[in-house]
Design a protein around this ligand. Structure first.
Ligand SMILES: [Fe+2]
Ligand SMILES: [Fe+2]
Length: 391
């Protein structure tokens, strides 16, 4: 039997299937299948073995959302992705429970390949029995932070205005305070003090604000008192900001925002799980320190999974973008994979190792930074941070 991952594309327009087939020809590590509608797709799904299903939304007869709903029953392990020419709110609400991800048409072939790769990573995480064991010990997994979900809804409405954005964020004082804390930290690189949420929106724009609200919401799920005594929230937040700022500086231009957000979130899985299961984490943190080994190595030995995978698992369930989930999952192991330029994964990995507050892998050598073509970026980032002073 073919051991390659099987990817099934569904679209009623033969022209689109043809160009996908042509564009993806060189990705022969995957077993690519094409269906011209729901009927043919269901035949494939019923025969089993589909790993990723990517379907158009608007099709005659059974549409994409209905197809994904049936796919969830007949082939529950497949990752389900919807491709749509419109991001109409009502459609998305219908699809939220069944789709792992939405794509806006048209999607370039390289982006599509990366999205498939991300989906396969997430699929592996969702099926990992060790992750299931640790997750099973947590009585209720935290859900996607409310303010982030509300803000996403506001921003998805094309007629939204600044006032609505500000109001949603300010309704949550804890999140607002953390957003301002991050924006005003020396690593963020804002020259003057940002005093209000409105000021922040004007300064950083709604896209970055949305990501910061997500991060603030995640961090707020953890109270200092919930953590084992040997983990400090203050140090973790400072580390997250440092890695985010470094990753943004290191990443290639199109990946800077994802690198920043993933940098902020990269160790958040550790905080969330350590807060839920402090008795499990406290001895692992102690052991890592006593033996001078990275925490993730101790986790791997004792749990069979690391905080990187647990964080990625949670963010995957929340439906965060695939490049962010992948960067979180990869943050210790990015060098084991090949990268298309300096993407978010690679940038977060290098920034994590460069962080003075980190306690994971040793810092990368100057030669390694030069080999990735980022030595100048790292030097410029260090100069900027030094000039801004300590956070
Ligand atoms: Fe880590
Ligand atoms: Fe880290």
């Amino acid at each position: 039997m073919d051991a390659r991952s099987r990817i099934l594309f569904v679209d009623d327009e033969p022209q689109i299937l043809r160009s996908l087939r042509r564009g993806l020809r060189r990705y022969d590590r995957w077993d690519l299948r094409f269906a011209d509608g729901a009927e043919q797709a269901l035949e494939e799904l019923r025969s089993g073995g589909v790993d990723v299903l990517i379907s158009d939304v608007t099709m005659p007869g059974t549409d994409g959302v209905e197809l994904l709903t049936v796919a969830r029953e007949v082939c529950p392990d497949a990752m389900r992705i919807l491709m749509s020419g419109t991001t109409e709110g009502r459609l998305i609400m219908r699809a939220v429970p069944v789709a792992h991800r939405f794509l806006d048409k048209p999607v370039g072939i390289r982006d599509l390949a990366r999205i498939i790769e991300d989906a396969l990573t997430l699929r592996e995480l969702l099926a990992d029995p060790n992750i299931r064991t640790v997750v099973g010990k947590v009585s209720a997994l935290p859900s996607l932070p409310r303010t982030f979900a509300d803000l996403t809804r506001v921003l998805d409405d094309p007629n939204h205005n600044l006032d609505q954005v500000v109001r949603v964020v300010e309704r949550d004082p804890g999140v607002s305070a953390r957003v301002l804390h991050i924006v005003n930290s020396a690593f963020f690189g804002t020259a003057r003090r940002i005093a209000s949420v409105e000021d922040a929106v004007r300064h950083i724009g709604t896209g970055l604000l949305r990501d910061l609200v997500l991060v603030a919401g995640v961090l707020r799920l953890v109270e200092d008192g919930d953590l084992p005594a040997n983990v400090s929230m203050r140090v973790e937040v400072a580390h997250a900001i440092e890695v985010a700022s470094g990753a943004r500086a290191i990443a290639d231009e199109p990946h800077k925002l994802a690198a920043f957000t993933a940098g902020l979130l990269h160790d958040a899985g550790m905080l969330l799980f350590a807060a839920e299961l402090p008795d499990l984490w406290a001895p692992m943190v102690d052991r890592a320190r006593a033996e001078g080994v990275p925490l993730h190595e101790v986790e791997r030995q004792q749990l069979g999974v690391t905080h990187a995978e647990l964080g990625g698992y949670l963010f995957g369930i929340w439906g965060l973008p695939g490049d962010i989930v992948t960067a979180v999952v990869d943050h210790h192991t990015a060098l084991e994979r090949s990268h298309d330029g300096v993407d978010a994964s690679l940038a977060v990995h290098l920034a994590d190792r460069l962080s003075g507050l980190g306690r994971e892998e040793p810092p990368p050598s100057e030669d390694m930074l030069a080999a990735f073509g980022v030595a100048d970026r790292v030097a410029a980032w260090r100069r900027e941070v030094d000039a801004a002073g300590e956070p």
